[in-house]
Design a protein around this ligand. Structure first.
Ligand code: SAM
Length: 236
């Protein structure tokens, strides 16, 4: 007999080591920064390689995770940044982190499955902050999970992208890095989303820092007469 009043507890099966040390700057959905790397380290007793057998045949995975850096308070209405941060919609009509049970869902690319000596999944394109607890992993099935003609409410298309340019200093710092190619891509993809808070978007002179990998990437949004808004990186 089912008991509708039952409470359920969830145990993390893995934790993500992420290119994003902080929440600020993380794109608002997976896939927007395909260069974002992650190591999903399986936790005991789920670090049994048998539990991952066959996973290497899939290119993408669904991760169900806990928004562990969001407070447990939730309200029926939220203000999606996509609507400028003022208009309110129902929490269940949103992908907001401020929701009951704090469960997140992300589609990520599976690059490799490692079982020795550590059991972990190498991922790309996620939107999760470092140390996020993951409570389930499932393979993505394109024939069942893709609906190209679906309606997408107030978010019908991917968000706008802005050009990103690097100062001479930033270029020189980048050139010294061993991970320069993937790092450049990550910086470009993250800043192209314009991570500034919605309420600050008028204040072009302000400088911001986004932490990516081991760096604090300093940037400014500049109104360029020819190209419109441009994200300029001036220091890494
Ligand atoms: N794709 C997921 C979903 O739809 O459930 C997440 C969408 S949510 C709008 C994306 C934002 O969650 C990111 O921009 C990041 O700032 C935030 N975030 C990522 N990991 C988090 C965590 N562990 N705790 C709290 N916030 C997190």
């Amino acid at each position: 007999m089912s008991d509708n009043s039952a409470n359920f507890s969830l145990t993390p099966v893995a934790r993500l080591e992420s290119d994003y040390p902080d929440k600020f700057g993380i794109p608002r959905q997976p896939g927007l920064a395909s260069a974002a790397r992650g190591r999903l380290v399986m936790l005991p007793p789920f670090d049994d390689p048998l539990a991952l057998r066959g996973l290497e045949g899939f290119s993408h995975l669904w991760l169900t995770f806990i928004f562990h850096q969001t407070s447990e308070r939730w309200s029926p209405l939220v203000r999606p940044p996509r609507l400028g941060g003022n208009a309110k919609i129902g929490v269940f009509a949103s992908r907001s982190t401020h929701r009951p049970n704090r469960l997140g869902l992300s589609l990520v690319e599976l690059v490799a499955v490692h079982t020795r000596p550590e059991v972990y999944l190498e991922l790309r394109g996620h939107d999760l902050v470092d140390d996020t607890p993951v409570v389930d992993i499932k393979p993505y099935l394109p024939w069942a999970d893709t609906r190209p003609d679906a309606r997408a409410g107030f978010a019908p298309t991917a968000p706008a992208c802005y050009p990103v340019e690097f100062s001479a200093d930033a270029e020189a710092q980048l050139a010294e890095r061993r991970d320069r190619d993937s790092l450049r891509k990550l910086i470009e993809q993250v800043l192209a989303q314009d991570p500034r808070p919605a309420y600050r978007k008028g204040q072009e002179s302000r400088r911001y820092g986004v932490r990516l990998r081991d760096l604090d990437v300093r940037f400014q949004a500049i109104e360029d007469p020819r190209h419109g808004l441009v994200m300029r990186v001036f220091e890494l």
